[in-house]
Design a protein around this ligand. Sequence first.
Ligand code: FE2
Length: 194
Amino acid sequence: MSHNDPAKIVVEIRQRFQEKGTDMYAGEAISQTEHALQAAFAAEQAGESAELIVAALLHDIGHLLHKHDEDCVTQGIDDLHERIGAQWLVRYFPKDVTEPIRLHVAAKRYRCATDAEYASRLSPASVLSLQLQGGPFDSAEQMEFEHSPWSQEALRLRNWDEAAKVPDFETPELEYFLTYVQRVLQQQTPDTDE
Ligand SMILES: [Fe+2]
């Protein structure tokens, strides 16, 4: 794949959704693609940047890349999807996209440590994966997270992630949000506008 060809990268991402997007989002009554679209839609509704809308759309792409079963969490396996996803995306996307994705599990661990009300609202599947991911942060981990330049974006992404689990919720389609992907990639390419 040419490193700077936005059209080819969009094709590759579309293919990942086509191949694995119908998998169920672990333990929830919606598919991976529905979850991604609902998260991206929430970011758009919140008036966020194209980069964060793309981050929301692609935050769980690690689930579409790894080889574990869709229910690996119930088998006691942490699929490390946030790292797999960010590592794959970092070849093409700016840090405004990849860092909130890399930190979206850390954001959950942070909020569970600092916000009891949030922790009590987690879905059962999310509680299960939290344990596999290391549980709530201790105070040293909380401080480290707070010092990350991307912690606020990761926490906002976490909110859209949490909200994006509604069965039969209407959103624009994948093709609509892929136009944001294309736009962000084009801004990355040297010698296009600016
Ligand atoms: Fe998610």
